[in-house]
Every structure is written in structure tokens, then in C-alpha cells.
Design a protein around this ligand. Structure first.
Ligand SMILES: Cc1ncc(COP(=O)(O)O)c(C=O)c1O
Length: 366
């Protein structure tokens, strides 16, 4: 049986986008965010393609260990920090860099250090809560903690980081507020020249606030984090190259009559005689069930549209007046059909489409 759903990942595009990130902040080091299976593109393969990154960011110790076991020798930052106490020993074993967002996590680390020697001195990232309302130390906690950690013999370096909540809306007042909070918190430590890290994709592309280490994720995959309606911030504007093409097979073609109902709950009724194709991808593969009739697809390079509700393993498309054969590949997104546009049709952000791709989607690399 041929492959039902194929995500083809273009390694050259990944490397190109990494170069775009570097050019945006030439003085900074680049941490390539490859968490969540490299946003659905495949963790290990993307780490290999992006080996010129200065370090990698993953969500948790499982992903960090997976990279090490695959032979990755670069520095790896565990971005969500320690989830539970035993994770501390695994960080010491793996020699990973670690985000600290609660003081209790340091206690776990110190206990683990009482039991075992770290593989190497540790680089800790202190995450500051500056207005995101999510994770992080209070700015008032920073100064003492930073100074105390810098004196520890087991600490190699301490990086100060924060994450912006509204960077996809560059004019949002919250951006300035967060940057000011961060600058104020770091100011008393200026003489100790701490490393800082602020920018992810949106801030790297639209704000001037990089820090010493930038943390792009989405842009590495050639996808713009900005709203599709924001015409001046589409991927081509930033010279981003989409890395993934998602395709599935045409497994049925039928002539339907006016009044015929297509798919679950008769969400689409043919208004006239139509040719309807069935494509071998559904929501169990990660194609969103929220896709309405009219979501764009490409058939042999021609634009068409989805019809009715997406099923678990398949979806219907309009093939009226289009040349197509059973077995043809239909493009669901890719360089000729922007993922951002599909996400916009579905009322979703591009991140969810990429990270939602199911395990049965075959990844191929070229
Ligand atoms: C702390 C942090 N830094 C960087 C990133 C990368 O963000 P983006 O994919 O928008 O570049 C994320 C993504 O969730 C994050 O949580």
C-alpha cells in the first residue's frame, strides 16, 4: 500500500531559515527551538539539519535525552524545567542546560548534586515573569538568586530570560511593559554582565529586543507567526521558506448530483452536478476537523477546496473541471499553499497544525 499521508521536510529550507534568524540578530547566539518533535517536523532529523545552531531548546528531559541518544553533542536547553524531583538527576547525567522558573526547582537540583556529580558544570536560565502571566520568577527574586548562583562551583553560567506575550502584535503596549520590567530587573546586575535572552520568532522579526541569545521556533520552519490578515508580515516578506509539504492520496473520485449530501451530518449538499474526490487524510492525521467547506487544497498544482466535514481518516474535495486520477497526491499545505492560510481558514494558529500532525504521517527528508 502506498503511503496515505506524507510530510516532506526540506532540510535546505530549514538551514535557510536559520540563516534568516541569524541575520536578524547578528550579535546574538541562536537557540533553535525544536521542542514538540520540532513542531511536527521530526526532532532528530531537524537537529541534524540545524546543526549550525548554537544550541537547541526542547520542552522536557525526554526530548533532551532523545537528542543525546541520537548522538546530538550540542548544548540542549530543557525549556519547561524540572517537572518533578527525579528529573534533576537526569539533567546532571545528560549535562543539559535548564530553565528555572520556581525556586523549588533549584532545591531539587541541589539535592541531586548532593548525591551525584554533574557531567559538566551547569548553565541555568532564570526565567522572569514580566507580564506573560504564565511561568517565571518574580523580578524581586532575581538579584539575590543570580548572585548566589554565580558563586556556586557547579555553575558555569546563568542566563536571564523572559518571554513576550504579545509579540505577534508588535504595537501592543504589553511588549514595552515586559521589556521595561525585564530591563529593570537586570539593571542591578549590569556589572556582572549576565547573558540575556528575550526574542522568539515574532519579536525577532518585528521588535528590536533580541538579547544575547535568541530563541526562534516557528520561523525556522518557514512559517510566519503573524496573522494571515497582516499582509505586510507574510512569510515571503521575511524571506522565510516553508520547510514542510503535507500531501495525501486521492483514493476515490465520484460524480455527484445536485442535492447529494457529502460526509458526516450533510454539512455539504451539492448545489449542482459535481466531481468529488476523497483524500486519504483526516483529523487522526492532524488535518483539523475545524476546516470548513472551502479550505484550500492543491490538485496537480490547481487550487481547489474541501467539502463538508473532515472525517477521521479522509476528507472530501471538489474536483469539478479538474484533471485528477486515483492515486494522485493532493497538497494540503506547502510552499505553494501557505500553512498560514489553511490555519486561518480553520480558525487556528499555524503552530497547532504543525504540532498536531499524527504519528502515522510519514516524514520524509530531502
Ligand atoms: C520560552 C519560549 N521561547 C521560545 C519559543 C519559540 O517561539 P516561536 O515558535 O514563536 O518562535 C517558545 C514557544 O513556545 C517559548 O515558549
Amino acid at each position: 500500500m502506498g503511503t496515505r499521508v506524507i510530510a516532506t521536510v526540506d532540510r535546505r529550507a530549514l538551514r535557510h531559515n536559520l540563516a534568516v534568524a541569524r541575520a536578524r540578530a547578528p550579535q546574538s547566539r541562536v537557540l533553535a527551538v525544536i521542542k514538540a518533535n520540532a513542531y511536527g517536523h521530526g526532532l532528530v532529523a531537524c537537529a541534524e539539519a540545524l546543526h549550525e545552531a548554537d544550541l537547541f531548546g526542547v520542552t522536557d528531559i525526554d526530548e533532551a535525552e532523545q537528542l543525546r541518544q541520537a548522538g546530538c553533542r550540542q548544548d540542549i536547553l530543557v525549556m519547561q524545567g524540572l517537572i518533578e524531583e527525579p528529573d534533576a538527576g537526569r539533567v546532571l547525567n545528560g549535562g543539559f542546560q535548564l530553565v528555572i522558573h520556581r525556586q523549588e526547582q533549584l532545591g531539587w537540583l541541589e539535592q541531586a548534586l548532593g548525591r551525584q556529580r554533574p557531567r559538566a558544570k551547569l548553565t541555568l536560565w532564570l526565567k522572569l515573569e514580566t507580564g506573560m502571566g504564565r511561568l517565571g520568577l518574580a523580578t524581586s527574586e532575581l538579584s539575590d538568586l543570580f548572585t548566589r548562583l554565580r558563586r556556586q562551583p557547579w555553575v558555569a553560567d546563568v542566563v536571564l530570560m523572559t518571554h513576550l506575550a504579545s509579540a505577534t502584535t508588535p504595537d501592543a503596549p504589553l511588549n514595552d511593559h515586559q521589556l521595561l520590567q525585564f530591563a529593570r530587573a537586570c539593571q542591578p546586575l549590569a556589572e556582572q554582565t549576565p547573558q540575556t535572552s528575550i526574542a522568539a520568532s515574532a519579536s525577532l522579526l518585528a521588535l528590536d529586543c533580541s538579547g544575547d541569545i535568541v530563541r526562534p521556533g516557528l520561523l525556522l520552519y518557514g512559517v510566519s507567526p503573524f496573522a494571515w490578515s497582516d499582509l505586510s508580515r507574510r512569510p515571503a516578506h521575511f524571506d522565510l521558506q516553508p520547510a514542510m509539504t503535507l500531501e495525501a492520496r486521492l483514493i476515490s473520485i465520484r460524480q455527484q448530483q445536485a442535492g447529494d449530501s457529502i460526509g458526516y451530518n450533510s454539512r455539504f449538499i451539492c448545489p449542482a452536478p459535481m466531481t468529488v474526490g476523497i483524500v486519504s487524510a483526516g483529523y487522526a492525521d492532524g488535518y483539523p476537523v475545524t476546516a470548513p467547506t472551502g479550505c484550500p487544497v492543491l490538485v496537480g498544482g490547481h487550487r481547489s477546496r474541501t467539502l463538508g466535514r473532515v472525517s477521521m481518516d479522509m476528507l472530501a474535495i471538489d474536483l469539478t473541471d479538474l484533471p485528477a486520477n486515483i492515486g494522485d497526491l493532493v497538497t494540503l499545505w506547502g510552499p505553494q499553499l501557505p500553512l498560514e492560510e489553511v490555519a486561518d481558514h480553520c480558525g487556528l494558529i499555524p503552530y497547532t497544525l504543525l504540532t498536531g500532525l499524527g504519528p502515522r504521517v510519514r516524514r520524509e527528508y530531502r
